[in-house]
Design a protein around this ligand. Sequence first.
Ligand SMILES: *[C@@H]1O[C@H](CO)[C@@H](O)[C@H](O)[C@H]1NC(C)=O
Ligand SMILES: *[C@@H]1O[C@H](CO)[C@@H](O)[C@H](O)[C@H]1NC(C)=O
Ligand SMILES: *[C@@H]1O[C@H](CO)[C@@H](O)[C@H](O)[C@H]1NC(C)=O
Ligand SMILES: *[C@@H]1O[C@H](CO)[C@@H](O)[C@H](O)[C@H]1NC(C)=O
Ligand SMILES: [Zn+2]
Length: 315
Amino acid sequence: MVWTAALFFIVVPLVNSEDYCYDEPQCDPYAWGDMYPSCHPLLEELHSPINLDHQMTRNQSLEYLHLEGFDEIQTGHWTLKNNGHSVVMEVGGGMSVSGGGLPDVYHTIQLHFHWGGPASNGSEHTVDGRRYPMEMHIVNMKSIHPNLTAALDDPTGLAVLGFFIDVVYADNVHFGLISQKLSSVAYKGQTTKIKPFPLMNLLPKHNMSQYYRYYGSLTTPPCSQVVVWTLYEVPVYISWSQLAQFTSQIFSTEEDAEQVTPLQRNFRHIHSTFGRKVSVSKDAKLLAGAAGLPLSSALSLLQIILLGSFIISGL
Ligand SMILES: *[C@@H]1O[C@H](CO)[C@@H](O)[C@H](O)[C@H]1NC(C)=O
Ligand SMILES: *[C@@H]1O[C@H](CO)[C@@H](O)[C@H](O)[C@H]1NC(C)=O
Ligand SMILES: *[C@@H]1O[C@H](CO)[C@@H](O)[C@H](O)[C@H]1NC(C)=O
Ligand SMILES: *[C@@H]1O[C@H](CO)[C@@H](O)[C@H](O)[C@H]1NC(C)=O
Ligand SMILES: [Zn+2]
């Protein structure tokens, strides 16, 4: 009986952790490989994210990507969803990306975010070892594929556009169209509708020819090594309060869960490039001055306030 009881306690947590997570040792990014073998970062493999440093190669043929439909207001509605790992906005049809050295046309499927905590940054890629507060990923699937399963079998099946998100004091009104809806998707499984808007409004539109390019993987299970990454050099700027809506008001648990867990630090650890070539577009300025604004005392004060409000709301 003692053995049965012991087994019971050991087995139950394992059964509950079928899903991957970011915050518990048995299901966090270092354990993903146990459940998803392709997440094991074996030697010579092409995993993401990576650190971007000065070991990059300029490629003069990497110019603007063609972002079809990004300037238009799409018909229908978009769906914002909390899937327990991120907040995802599914954008339906009508948009695609091509050019800029991409091997084909890719249809835009969704965008989602990675963030840190009330007092820590959470971009997935780092620049000279520095993490930005957030990172946004616009996920695009090669148009010849009928579904994601097929795309995950193609070494260049997906093209992800990554944007660093940094903070300033002013709200970003376009970003507000998403952040204002976050309270409707606070808990895992919740969805809400968003009225389409020109996606370009969210992007650093004057600096879209400045980017880095490398071949890597999904940063979530099954970590498929099928992604052509384009990381834009110039970040998107949002306000402190817009950032705080992600770091303290989104939960990885369902609304009726016994224990409510905030969704924080939903980024995968940095992987080695193993000598992979990381290219720099013709116009990129190569990281010089890519660091953000000096934000010292204001930051720590705000963090204390945020932490305080988070503790209160968590009770
Ligand atoms: C530059 O990028 C183009 C488009 O991706 C590629 O075909 C070419 O091989 C690259 N050149 C070098 C020197 O890497
Ligand atoms: C976090 O982001 C802030 C704002 O951009 C920046 O000032 C700070 O250096 C970053 N911290 C780390 C540890 O990268
Ligand atoms: C995905 O597309 C492939 C290739 O056409 C097809 O064989 C497969 O059945 C499709 N899978 C699903 C889940 O629809
Ligand atoms: C963004 O683009 C503008 C216009 O080309 C340029 O003047 C500016 O220096 C760029 N910003 C950065 C940070 O590279
Ligand atoms: Zn992502």
